[in-house]
Ligand binder design. Structure first.
Ligand code: AMP
Ligand code: MG
Length: 439
């Protein structure tokens, strides 16, 4: 299948979208010239990502209560200040004994419960009843499980041989004092949070989470829930991007919809720059007359790139203003989310200390023929699943940049390098895993 095939498909699809526009009879009012080609060079995805990561250093640190620590990232190694367990403890319910004591039937002196320290001492010919987690009483050097004993009139028969140390958890068996319990950069999950509590910490030392200001731009956009006038659509990017920011572990602040005027955009930058670490806009970065973001960013800061060789998301723009990363994403809802995934998420993860932010990549076998862009790396939305022990990939239907349904149910992006523009069923391709592979 040659290059021509892919082009014909693209061409035919575009033609079908054309609508008949009557030729204007009245003279046109002069309009300012709009450049017909972008002044921004097309940069590679790697180049774009490197520029972003270079401008998204980790933020400072803070201490948060353990109940708020889920998903946060440790800013320093955590050294156990004391051993876990702090004292030799019984691993079983049973009897504290002297292992070398040959007596089969021994006198029960009393009991030692978890959390209580008594004044009893184990002597030859005697035992003390003990519960799991209780401190081993003085004199004892082993525990015999209750299952290996029988009790009669205050006397305990030991029905097994006992070796010294049996069923005793020595102090520091789990973690020794001074041992590194967790390493800097660890993402705190249930076990890590439990460990912090176990070594006695009430708060976790973690990286700060970036605050992200989010703006939708476009005269056609309307708040969901309101009525639609002709030509209007609902703003979906603000909500999808806020959810993506939250999912990336950052804090989303939304700033509504800005109309396509320099003043409305300037107002946003004025307010949002002061309150956030990162800004995120969508729309207004392509070649239209009202695509005002790039010129505005040029006057306020430094634009590091304004176009990337990829599909979707080609006009994605990255700037810094006063050192803060500013992402201006394309308006098409899929372009916005795919460019978020590839460029914004890595920055947000790195800023909160996650050095392992890369998504897993795997080789998947295509379940069907697939056409893709022959000139730009294309990211098609797909469902990856396991069949007969191998990964299969099936795209999620039509891949238009506006069709959010192509991301619904997708757990992967197929990374399709330029070339022939066609892959037959059975070919293998790289998949970027966005979510765990389900059934
Ligand atoms: P733009 O990048 O501003 O040229 O917008 C490209 C396409 O995305 C247009 O069809 C817009 O109507 C659409 N679009 C822009 N912003 C949004 C948004 N916030 N929600 C949904 N669609 C949008
Ligand atoms: Mg627009």
């Amino acid at each position: 299948m040659g290059r021509g095939h892919g082009w014909n498909r693209v061409f035919a699809r575009d033609l079908s979208r054309l609508e008949y526009t009557p030729f204007p009879t009245a003279p046109l009012t002069p309009i300012p010239a709009v450049p017909v080609s972008s002044p921004y060079p097309l940069v590679s995805i790697d180049h774009a990502l490197a520029a972003i990561l270079a401008h998204s250093p980790a933020l400072g640190s803070e201490r948060v209560p353990l109940t708020d620590a889920l998903g946060r990232i440790l800013v320093e190694n955590v050294i156990a200040p004391a051993p876990v367990p702090p004292f030799p403890a019984s691993a079983k319910d049973g009897f504290a004994v002297i292992a070398g004591d040959g007596t089969r039937v021994r006198k029960l002196l009393g009991e030692q419960m978890a959390g209580r320290i008594g004044d009893l001492q184990v002597e030859p010919g005697a035992v003390i009843r003990i519960t799991t987690g209780a401190a081993i009483p003085p004199g004892a050097d082993a525990v015999v499980m209750v299952e290996y004993t029988s009790e009669r009139d205050g006397w305990i028969e030991i029905e097994t041989t006992v070796s010294p140390g049996a069923d005793i958890r020595p102090a520091g068996q789990d973690i020794a004092a001074g041992e590194t319990a967790l390493n800097q950069g660890a993402v705190l999950g249930p076990a890590e949070i439990g460990l912090l509590a176990a070594v006695g910490l009430a708060e976790a030392p973690v990286y700060r989470r970036p605050h992200v200001g989010i703006l939708s731009t476009g005269d056609e956009l309307v708040e969901p829930g309101a009525g639609l006038e002709p030509g209007q659509i609902y703003d979906s990017n603000r909500f999808s991007l806020a959810a993506a920011v939250t999912q990336a572990g950052a804090i989303a602040r939304t700033y509504g919809i800005a109309i396509d005027t320099p003043a409305a955009l300037a107002d946003f930058f004025e307010a949002a720059l002061a309150e956030n670490d990162v800004l995120l806009t969508s729309g207004g970065v392509s070649m239209g007359k009202l695509d005002l973001l790039k010129p505005l960013l040029e006057t306020r800061g430094t634009v590091h790139f304004g176009r990337v060789i990829m599909k979707p998301g080609k006009p994605v723009t990255f700037a810094t203003i006063a050192g803060k990363p500013i992402f201006s994403l394309p308006g098409f809802p899929v372009s916005a989310l795919v460019s978020f995934e590839l460029f914004v998420r890595p920055a947000l993860r790195q800023m909160q200390g996650d050095m392992a932010w890369r998504r897993p990549r795997l080789q998947a076998t295509l379940a069907h023929d697939l056409h893709h862009d022959p000139h730009r790396t294309e990211f098609q939305r797909a469902h990856v699943y396991v069949e007969d022990g191998r990964f299969l990939a099936r795209t999620t239907g039509p891949q238009g940049s506006g069709r959010l349904l192509s991301l619904v149910g997708a757990n992967a992006l197929l990374e399709l390098a330029p070339g022939e523009g066609f892959l037959p069923a059975g070919a293998t391709t790289t998949a970027l895993l966005l979510q765990p592979i389900g059934a």
